[in-house]
Design a protein around this ligand. Sequence first.
Ligand SMILES: [Zn+2]
Ligand SMILES: [Zn+2]
Length: 289
Amino acid sequence: MPPMRSRFRCPRCGEVLTPWSRELELAEALNPFESQTWLLPARWFVRWDHPGLRDSYLGGHPASYPWLFAPLTRWWVQVHPDSRRTAGCCGLASSGSGLPNLVCACGLEIGLGHRDCSGPHWYALHESVVHEQEVDATPLQATAGRLARLRYRVERPIARPGHDPGGRNVWHHERARWNEALRLRAVTIDCGGGIEDPALVIESPQLPSGAQLVVPLPWCQLVRLAVLGEQPWGEAESPLTWMSGRREGPHVCVSRYRRRVLLTAWGPDQTSWAVTIEVRAWADAWAWL
Ligand SMILES: [Zn+2]
Ligand SMILES: [Zn+2]
């Protein structure tokens, strides 16, 4: 069978609820445990009974919501208007009631979402959604080779901690403040530190001589970005986010607005910093890794 791609529609109004997405099989790209980190990359989906999720925080996940995604923006699905369905301690959560907290634009209750501080972030669609499939005209190639190269490359030792570029009060949703962060016009990205505790190393002519940014991330997140070609940012309402549980931070978020991405790193403890990077330079640097 040729590689396929899927999208999902509302069973009542027919509206599209997801972009065209590929089914994720590579278990190394799944995130069963890390908090503040998407369960899987955007534009991929996985069934709740994937073997890689068997011992995950999704243990009690209801079988009636089998289709799991990274958090989707309001373009696709909306958060339920009843705040009792959506209130976690700091983000979207289903409050244990098991009642749906995501709706289609037509109002139909259609999904469960979790974007709170504990456990991976995910959206799940109800089994009643319409599953549409077609042949994937541009399937990913040479994934195994890229994964092998990344495993080799990540073994390079790196010096921690990295440079602190300032910008500690810059937030994704306050675009007026983005200009307070150091602006990087050109960057290179490398990785190192080993599979158990990897980090990105970002160099730029706009950083002081010899300085580099060091950004820890879970191995699954590095695999998504470097092997699966995941888009290296989210929208400001739902930035791409990750946290390396091994170091209990930093909590990293990347979002885009026009031609810049904002990269913020909070913690551990009181440390935090932010930079903005030209979108093209950031995307090109990932393509070269
Ligand atoms: Zn609908
Ligand atoms: Zn919370």
